[in-house]
Design a protein. Structure first.
Length: 325
């Protein structure tokens, strides 16, 4: 509606401007004194203004006449109001609803964090007899082959470290440790202990941190007992996320490590993987087996390769490991 009114007013204004401009265009440049108005001219001006008034009247009348779209919208609005009035009347006739019975909600217990610790069953093994289990001959030959490579290099290049290698272990001692710990030593670990039962001082595996001592069979058992007495709880099924788990076999000791982190490299009796705590991701596996560890060391000594970012070097007849760039 307002839009039509504005259009009508605009038309009137434009018409008046057009009439004014037409009259001015018909005037000469130098006009004589205006003569007295004649009756005919007054009649023509009256007719022009009457025409303008007629245009305005017709425009306003057209604006007042509702269009079909407006009539449809008003019809829908009246139908909606009637529908709402009928619904309201129907609701007023209904009886008041009775209140629903109260429902008691029992809140579930809040989860606890950190997880509840339970006793580590691997630290309380059932009694079993000490039984000597033979090592797979192929595994024994493979392990001995890597040890011979290591021994040969140490004897020629680092005799002081070569002299730290302990003598062979005994199968009966290993069987007793297995029965007391409730675990079976993987064959490649047994074969390694049967060739060298630990070390006297820093071992050939000193590339870990500030050096590592290789443990003998009895030291492995005693360390296992101590760790189980100090950390007898279990947090889940993944030992790699724990500080200690009784199914692990500690075989290397990081003598210079901070006690807040795990001070031992371990062999997982469940699969044979070798792992250690890197102070960030926990006691995670790093190598698939003891044999893989021996081969990595032998390759590093013979070919100057890095092991876990460390390269072999010799200082005063002793093997040392330098941080590899």
């Amino acid at each position: 509606m307002l839009k039509l009114v504005r259009l009508a007013l605009t038309a009137v204004i434009l018409t008046a401007i057009a009439v004014r401009l037409r009259r001015r265009a018909q005037m000469p440049d130098r006009q004589p004194p205006p003569p007295p108005p004649s009756p005919a001219k007054g009649t023509r001006m009256g007719l022009a203004w009457a025409a303008i008034a007629g245009i305005v009247t017709l425009t306003l009348a057209a604006a007042m006449i509702p269009t079909e779209a407006q009539e449809a919208a008003e019809s829908r609005w009246r139908a909606y109001q009637a529908e709402q009035a009928a619904v309201t009347a129907e609701l007023e006739r209904l009886p008041t609803a009775t209140a629903a019975p109260a429902v008691t909600v029992t809140p579930s217990p809040a989860p606890t964090w950190p997880p509840v610790e339970i006793p580590d069953p691997n630290c309380s093994p059932a009694r079993r007899p000490a039984t000597v289990r033979p090592v797979d001959p192929e595994v024994k030959r493979a392990v001995d082959r890597q040890w011979r490579r290591i021994e040969r290099w140490l004897k020629a290049n680092a005799p002081r470290t070569y002299r730290t290698l302990a003598g062979p272990g005994r199968a009966r001692t290993i069987a007793i440790a297995e029965s007391q710990m409730g675990v079976d030593f993987p064959d490649d670990l047994k074969a390694s202990l049967l060739r060298h039962n630990g070390s006297r001082g820093r071992s050939v595996f000193g590339f870990w941190f500030d050096g590592a001592d290789a443990l003998g069979v009895r030291e492995i058992r005693d360390t296992w007992r101590w760790l189980c007495s100090w950390e007898r709880t279990d947090l889940g099924d993944d030992p790699a996320t724990e500080y200690w788990n009784g199914r692990m076999i500690p075989f290397l000791h990081f003598a210079e490590r901070d006690s807040e982190d795990m001070e031992y490299a371990v062999v997982d009796s469940a699969g044979g993987a070798v792992g250690w705590d890197d102070t960030i991701s926990g006691m995670a596996p790093r190598l698939p087996s003891t044999y893989a560890l021996l081969r990595a060391v032998a390759d590093a000594l013979e070919h100057g390769r890095a092991v876990d970012g460390w390269r072999p070097a010799v200082q005063r007849g002793a093997l040392r490991w330098d941080d590899s760039p």
